[in-house]
Design a protein around this ligand. Structure first.
Ligand code: PSU
Ligand code: MN
Length: 301
């Protein structure tokens, strides 16, 4: 095992015994939701995974250590520090680790650390993708490149239309990443169950999802798999309301000249403010829903 990696005792024990483990990211805690809902949600997601018979491994960089499995105190620490914690993508790991600093892991770095630890299933809310206007800004999330190279399954609620969903799917196709719809032929758009775009394959059970990913691993194809799980019907938002909020947030982002790694956190925070609590409630519900599916898939792996 590499000297930078630190696996918590419960996670190490579960892995040694071949019990199901589900990785969770920490940028959603520090940058994706406000305090204290971020900490409450993170702890609730962990409890949900335990309730489904799996072991949660929330991932972060703390004091320069790549951690798989956090204590509730460490989750509280990251949640309280919020956006003061570095949002850590692949390019950030070398300097953060060398300096012994903290970092909140995105989908990209959570996949990297999960793979190092031997964890195959990861649940989150939404992934990064090809941003609107990427044909001039070249703003394409490192999450897509990581899905192309690192063998971890990511279970999410699709992607927000802060992104160009059509271009995001094109990119994933080019990179050979299977996009699966859980019980749906249509790509969910995070806050809504529909996007107007099709997934590559509809799979209806955790067993089918696990066996497709096992086949991918055993063939040595490399890279991950994206499983999209629609937000539960009762929490899905009105499309016109959320689209208007997203359009406004994207326009404000452009006017303010925000770019690079600040873009996604800015958009997430603005959407939450514009729509009041409704988008936050949907966000929490869909993360819990993804955690349940991930625990069931992990049990089949
Ligand atoms: N999209 C969401 N919620 C999130 C993120 C994206 O709907 O919390 C976070 C995830 O951590 C994701 C990261 O990996 O933002 C992508 O950032 P960027 O677009 O800068 O690559
Ligand atoms: Mn970006």
């Amino acid at each position: 095992m590499n000297k930078y990696l630190s696996i918590s005792a419960p996670v190490a024990e579960a892995l040694a015994q071949g019990r199901p483990v589900v990785a969770l990211e920490s940028t959603i805690i520090s940058h994706g939701m406000p305090y204290p809902q971020n900490v409450e949600t993170a702890l609730k997601v962990e409890a949900t995974i335990r309730g489904c018979g799996a072991v949660p491994a929330t991932v972060a960089v703390i004091g320069g250590k790549l951690k798989a499995g956090l204590t509730p105190e460490e989750i509280e620490y990251l949640g309280k520090k919020g956006t003061a914690v570095t949002k850590a993508s692949r390019r950030d790991l070398p300097v953060l680790v060398a300096r012994g600093e903290d970092g909140a892991t995105t989908v990209t770095t959570t996949m990297i650390i999960a793979a190092m630890a031997g964890i195959r299933v990861f649940a989150t809310g939404g992934i990064g993708g090809v941003h609107r206007g990427a044909e001039t800004t070249m703003d394409i999330s490192a999450d897509l490149e990581e899905l192309a190279r690192t063998p971890v399954m990511v279970i999410c609620a699709g992607a927000k239309s802060i992104l160009d969903l059509g271009l995001t799917l094109e990119y994933l196709e080019t990179k050979g990443v299977p996009v699966i719809g859980y019980g749906t032929e249509e790509l969910p758009a995070f806050y809504t169950r529909k996007s107007g775009f099709r997934v590559d394959y509809r799979l209806d059970t955790p067993e089918e999802i696990a066996s497709a990913f096992r086949a991918k691993l055993e063939m040595g194809l490399g890279g991950g798999m994206l499983v999209t799980n629609p937000v539960p019907e009762e929490y899905s938002m009105d499309k016109a309301v959320i689209d208007a909020a997203i359009d406004q947030a994207v326009e404000e982002c452009r006017m303010k000249g925000i770019h690079g790694k600040e873009t996604t956190p800015f958009l997430l925070a603005r959407i939450k403010d514009i729509t009041g609590g409704e988008s936050l409630e949907a966000n929490i519900a869909l993360v819990l829903n993804n955690a349940r599916l991930a625990a069931r898939v992990a049990a089949c792996m």
